[in-house]
Design a protein around this ligand. Structure first.
Ligand SMILES: Cc1cc2nc3c(=O)[nH]c(=O)nc-3n(C[C@H](O)[C@H](O)[C@H](O)COP(=O)(O)OP(=O)(O)OC[C@H]3O[C@@H](n4cnc5c(N)ncnc54)[C@H](O)[C@@H]3O)c2cc1C
Ligand SMILES: NC(=O)c1ccc[n+]([C@@H]2O[C@H](COP(=O)([O-])OP(=O)(O)OC[C@H]3O[C@@H](n4cnc5c(N)ncnc54)[C@H](OP(=O)(O)O)[C@@H]3O)[C@@H](O)[C@H]2O)c1
Length: 244
């Protein structure tokens, strides 16, 4: 298939069983933070490709992806087994509109991810330019247990008064992490308490990424607070990337 180039795995990290990140060396066009690429393998003589958000900063020489293995899935059971020195197929051109270009002016940016949905936010945070646009940024990562908090140390190190990193665990309890689903934390007011300020249509834009049910339910919770979906022709406060 045209537009695909080989990507050599130069680093693999396993965060939890079935949750890995891969760094690839590949001759690709640069991405904008938030975009995705087609990534895959040749299976039975045909390329098998899926979309994956680029987690590395645009200036990074390697392409990093955070990948969850889907049981029974066609690609991920094999993709997540790649090791250093193996080769994948990657699209030279990045794609997608989940980027700051399509986010209207706002004072506070709230980034809400579940699972591997953290990927595009890693690119945004690593790029290090969020504070050119926003006074305050909150990054919420909802996972089941602590070990699925990929990049936690890196995010803790980057966090500050203006960049609040809030992990949330749905099936475990730990000091320093919110308890329960991110939707529950929104409804209970725990998200805003942990961030130290309010979500409001006047100040906030919300980016949601990952599990489609989370996005639907979180959007409904935001709608009850007066934050509605952002459209080019009808500006709002919520943008999202559903992974399936
Ligand atoms: C824009 C975009 C960006 C994406 N970025 C990432 C990323 O950075 N990291 C990542 O891990 N995935 C990402 N995905 C999901 C990815 O493209 C694949 O759908 C996923 O990896 C499953 O591929 P598969 O071939 O193993 O499963 P398939 O054989 O394609 O699917 C099997 C079944 O699982 C469902 N499914 C797909 N993904 C999931 C999932 N994550 N959890 C539960 N069920 C699922 C499908 O709807 C289907 O019913 C992204 C999707 C989109 C649309
Ligand atoms: N992440 C991993 O370590 C891992 C490892 C191996 C395989 N997988 C597989 O990969 C796929 C994706 O897993 P994932 O962990 O990335 O994502 P996920 O299944 O979407 O789970 C991530 C987080 O989202 C929460 N969530 C689920 N539905 C929600 C909703 N409607 N509203 C709010 N929060 C919701 C989950 O809470 P609950 O706990 O309440 O469901 C969990 O805290 C799944 O098929 C999974 O089995 C994941």
């Amino acid at each position: 298939m045209s537009g695909l180039v080989p990507g050599r795995v130069v680093e693999r990290r396993e965060w939890a069983p079935g949750l890995i990140s891969l760094k690839l060396e590949a001759e690709v066009e640069p991405h904008v933070a938030g975009q995705f690429r087609n990534l895959g393998l040749e299976l039975d003589g045909e390329p098998c490709l899926r979309s994956y958000s680029v987690a590395s900063a645009p200036s990074d020489a390697t392409q990093e992806f955070l990948i969850a293995r889907v049981e029974g899935g066609l690609l991920t059971p094999r993709l997540t087994q790649l090791g250093v020195g193996d080769t994948a197929l990657v699209s030279a051109k990045p794609q997608g509109f989940f980027t700051l270009k399509y986010v209207p002016e706002a004072k506070d940016l709230w980034c809400i991810a579940t699972g591997a949905g953290l990927g595009p936010f890693m690119a945004l945070v690593r790029e290090g330019r969020l504070h050119e646009r926003f006074e305050r940024v909150v990054l919420v990562h909802g996972v089941r247990t602590s070990q699925e908090l990929a990049y936690e140390q890196e995010l803790q190190a980057l966090s500050s008064e203006r960049l609040r990193y809030l992990p949330a665990l749905s099936r475990a309890q730990r000091e320093g992490a919110l308890s329960g689903r991110v939707t529950h934390a929104l409804e209970q007011g725990a998200l805003e308490r942990a961030a130290g300020f309010e979500l409001s249509p006047e100040r906030s834009h919300v980016l949601l990424c990952g599990n489609p049910d989370m996005i639907t339910e979180f959007s409904a919770g935001l709608a009850r607070r007066g934050l509605k979906k952002h459209r080019v022709r009808e500006p709002g406060h919520v943008s999202f990337e559903k992974y399936w």
